[in-house]
Write a protein of this length. Sequence first.
Length: 458
Amino acid sequence: MLNKKTGVLKRIAISGLAITVLCTASGMFAACGYAETDSGYKVEDIDLAEVDRDEGEAVLREGGLAEIYKDYFVVGVSGKGSTFENQKSIISNFNSVSPEYDMKWNRTEYPEGEYHNTSVNNFINLASQNNMGVRGHCLIWYQSTPKWVHDKLGNKCRMDENGNPVTHTVNGKDLRIGETVENRELGLEVMRNRIYSAMEQYGNETVYCWDVVNEALIPWDDAEKPLTKQMIEAGEIYRNGENDARHFGKDQEDPGTGETVYWRLDWEKVIGEDFIQQAFQMADDACREFGYDNMDLFYNDYDLTNPMKRDACLRMIHDLQQGGIRIDGIGEQAHYTLESYTSNKKKWLTNFETAIQAYTGLGLDFQLTELEITVKGATGGKLTEQQEKDQAEMYSEIFKICRKYSRKLPPWKEGAGYVTGITFWGAADDSSTTSHIFNQNLTPKMAYEAIATFGDFE
């Protein structure tokens, strides 16, 4: 799917950009238009009006969105293999697929060294038969660690002085908290085996990129210790069992064994503050060893267009690049609400485009990896006429901005990356969901028409 020469040239550019940042920046991002300030790392000197350029006109082609956008970026969809089997009439709209859960660690390796890849292979075969690529999701995520990993690392349920499990109350439920053990060398070994085995087994014939690390940054709003500018300044940006206990203390059933796991893995506690650098270096090493010249390596998270979370992500990118660690792109999950847009359209669009400029301005590509627009107050799986029109407008504006930073046009600044993909979080509505671009009966919604016609949908 991706041109090998393009991929190689892009990586050379990224490497050169990282060197430029290290050698010429008096502040954190001075060479790239970003500055280090007393209040933390934030975007500076971005004038959106400077990137006011014609992104082209819609060309209606057979094959739907994938064909319409083939000169711009990949158009993908995330979901389950069984769902796609039931949606064959609309699958041609996409040239990329991403599994919701099938590739995650606790679904594929249990016990240690015993792999269960039937569903993943079916997924890859489905993509291959339909001339689609697979977006690999994901290698390291604190929520998808198999129970055997906890056991191997010596983790256990935290107990009080009376021998009772320590709990954390969330939404009225007492959830057990795990006791993570510092175990750097063994943790690095376990992480490396996971990354190498997954990347080797699934290959690069169909899989064209990986989310190397997923959701490692502290939430800006709903953690025990939400992000602040001072935390970003100090580099205290990664979620762990202390600053985000509500997400780490949660009973869940291990899909492989059926046993209860009482917590999620605190990689920072096990390995140290450099766990993300280690993961990306391992993934890069695996690409070199296996000859994956096309493979792109992404960091994936949610709320990355929110200014606070964006600046934390910029700090992470800076730390990676300063350490000479390869990272190719940023994936924004993009679970948006219509109300966040309609309440202040200018602010929402400004935050969205500013984030794209911030990431691509550092030489990285940018993708929306789980795009949906939910509508509060939608009843019976149906939208009002105004809600559907507003939803279509929001989808249209998102695609319009992304087209401006696509490969259809030269980079918006020297050395900048591109928007290289938009993946929907499902394609069609059902009785409880109205966030997608197709109706329950698989007919196009107004949102689809807005995307396909470049905004000419009224």
